[in-house]
Design a protein around this ligand. Structure first.
Ligand SMILES: *Cc1c(COP(=O)(O)O)cnc(C)c1O
Length: 361
């Protein structure tokens, strides 16, 4: 099979076709280098240009002030669940965590190994369907930081505005919606994201952190787990994921050609609207998230019965709409429509939904 199908997978997820083609074109031999990107030294001039391009691409797209570092690490967003509290939750201190879904829960589990965690808000009892209203947040003004998950990938619950946390540093897991729209980065002290949803392939994690945070890091950490190791070595303390960083550089260029994050946001909103309008059109489909917490990236919905959901997955897969089965913890369907997911694919899904309802509704 050489035809590409519509890939609704939550991650690793669809990449821009033009990026894949560009990488294919120079996979065996980089121009004027004569070797593959996977065969060159991470200390070479060629790779220097790639990691520099990926960093400046992210800086430009996010409009990042100079006092922020951009790191390309390994271990996924999951390692950040541990590294963040190891570096920034001091002995005897406490951190605030806002809990709106499954990934936030995992972050909390690791933070609790390091110190006190205050759950500032939890929607778990209600089934993770929404983000908090500002008056619901129980913040500890003396917290070392406030952590939240901008888009809960499994539940399809997304913040559309940053929680107000005063002077306490705001930390975010942005794995599934980074680069989907412009964000006021200066409101954040630390952002991390596994690349495989919206930035590139798996195996590389982007961490953005404000320089003043480095002063808080204790001196007893293992070298690889200390953020200062990576800021000082500019992500080259050990061998990084060279291939992943190369692709991130290409994705940043693709995003710039699209008009940057403002242009991307317009496209993402148009795609999400098509799908939510189809969900809201009748009672056959039911969105999981409450309307004002709905995600632009991961659209979760249910059908009248689990049998119909199974049938929907089976028939949509056969129709070339792949990866729509929801996460086992939520059930139902999930359409991940990240930056690189084409509008035509959303239109194809909407057509399929109408036809499925006509036959089974
Ligand atoms: C996928 C995901 C993770 C886990 O990422 P890994 O890179 O697999 O560790 C964490 N947080 C969010 C929000 C995610 O979507």
């Amino acid at each position: 099979m050489t035809e590409r199908i519509y890939n609704f997978s939550a991650g690793p997820a669809v990449l821009p076709l033009s990026v894949l083609e560009a990488a294919q074109g120079e996979l065996v031999s980089l121009p004027n280098v004569g070797m593959s990107v996977m065969e060159i030294s991470h200390r070479s001039k060629t790779f220097d240009g790639m990691i520099g391009g990926a960093e400046s691409g992210l800086r430009e797209l996010l409009n990042l002030p100079d006092n922020y570092h951009v790191l390309f690490l390994q271990g996924g967003a999951s390692l950040q669940f541990s590294m963040v509290p190891m570096n920034f939750l001091p002995e005897g201190g406490s951190a605030d965590y806002i809990l709106t879904g499954s990934w936030g829960k995992k972050a909390i589990k690791e933070a609790k190994r390091e110190g006190n965690v205050n759950i500032s808000f939890s929607s778990q009892e209600e089934g993770f369907k929404r983000t908090p209203r500002s008056e619901e947040l129980k913040l500890d003004g003396k917290a070392a930081y406030v952590h939240f998950t901008t888009n809960e990938t499994i539940e399809g619950v997304e913040f559309h505005i940053e929680p107000e946390v005063g002077d306490v540093p705001l930390f975010a897991d942005m794995s599934s919606d980074i680069l989907a729209r412009p964000v006021p980065v200066e409101k954040y002290a630390l952002i991390y994201a596994g690349a495989q949803k919206n930035i590139g392939p798996s195996g590389v994690t982007v961490v953005i952190l404000r320089d003043d945070l480095l002063r808080r890091i204790p001196d007893n950490l293992h070298t690889m787990l200390d953020f200062r190791t990576h800021t000082e070595a500019k992500s080259l303390y050990n061998t990084p994921n060279t291939w992943g960083i190369y692709i991130i550089n290409l994705v940043c260029k693709w995003l710039k050609d699209k008009g940057g994050l403002g242009g991307m946001q317009r496209e993402n909103e148009a795609k999400a609207k098509l799908l939510y309008d189809a969900i809201d059109a009748t009672d056959f489909y039911r969105g999981h998230a409450e309307k004002d917490s709905r995600s632009l990236m991961t659209v979760t919905f249910r059908l009248p019965s689990e049998d119909l959901e199974k049938q929907f997955v089976k028939e949509s897969t056969a129709a070339g709409l792949d990866g729509l089965k929801g996460h086992r913890s939520v059930g139902g369907l999930r359409a991940s429509i990240y930056n690189a997911f084409p509008k035509e694919g959303v239109e194809a899904l909407v057509d399929f939904m109408k036809e499925f309802e006509r036959k089974n509704g």
